[in-house]
Design a protein around this ligand. Structure first.
Ligand SMILES: [Cu+2]
Length: 265
């Protein structure tokens, strides 16, 4: 398995991005680089069939096709879902984490509204099951454009604390290039006490990190158990630069997202 700073002693559930969980799972590209930069990888191709119109309710539709152009219909459940879709505008605003449903022909769909015009990036994060039973973890990415005037926003300044709906979320830890480093997140409610986090997608939170400049999708491994009030994720920065991190957490049955800009020297 991809090792932590402690030599790999940490446990992580299978999932985000491409890494080996066991002998039956093939890695995408291997190593701890960024993924999601390509529409085809490991023999699988993302085929979107969606027209985004800013401000209008629509539907995100796509298929995953194999190297024989057949729509894939067998997927392993990872982090409680067979398919995870991340959408973000290319200026890293407008983050969404969606769980589409699949029709019998392998077409995935989920309602979506692009609130603003511009180029949007979609990521399909999944583990396909091949004919011979092999499991292949892949993250594919494609651009979808909502036509209209695009005014990109500058990336917010780096910070280790963020607020959302009265919750304050902070983290401790300093990511390093090429090394798996723990980030310990804590969610505090309006009363100043630690929030009562509920399990979400098989852990006490779900973290996605995207790189500014090319929107590379980073590998993040959650710890399945909490450390007191903290929720720990292991993150490997593939290189120096700025990243936007999105932490989804659930309290009182509601999922919220805290966003942080991270600069790795
Ligand atoms: Cu998901």
């Amino acid at each position: 398995a991809t090792g932590g700073a402690d030599g790999g002693a940490h446990a992580h559930s299978p999932g985000t991005g491409a890494h080996t969980h066991d002998g039956a799972t093939v890695t995408q590209g291997g190593g701890d680089g960024a993924t999601g930069l390509s529409i085809t990888s490991a023999g699988y191709t993302l085929v979107p069939s969606t027209e985004l119109v800013a401000g209008r309710a629509g539907e995100l539709r796509f298929q995953i096709r194999d190297d024989q152009r057949r729509a894939v219909t067998r997927f392993a459940v990872v982090h409680d879902k067979p398919m995870h879709v991340i959408m973000v505008r290319r200026d890293l605003s407008g983050y969404r984490h969606l769980h589409p449903t699949m029709a019998a022909d392998g077409t995935w769909s989920v309602p979506i509204t692009a609130p603003e015009a511009g180029p949007w990036r979609m990521y399909a994060d999944f583990t396909a099951v091949a004919d011979d039973g092999r499991q292949v973890a892949v993250v594919l990415g494609a651009d979808l454009t909502a036509s209209g005037a695009y005014r990109p926003r500058p990336l917010p300044a780096a910070a280790t604390s963020a607020t959302v709906d009265g919750f304050t979320v902070g983290y401790a830890g300093t990511p390093e290039v090429g090394k798996s480093v723990p980030l310990r997140f804590r969610v505090t409610g309006a009363d100043g006490a630690a929030a009562a986090l509920e399990p979400y997608l098989g852990a006490y939170g779900h973290l996605v990190a995207l790189r500014e400049g090319d929107l590379g999708y980073l590998h993040v491994h959650p710890e399945p158990v909490r450390d007191g009030d903290d929720v720990t994720f292991w993150l490997t920065a593939p290189g120096p630069g700025s990243y936007r991190m999105f932490l989804d957490f659930q309290v009182g049955g509601v999922v919220r997202t805290a966003e942080f800009t991270l600069t790795v020297a």
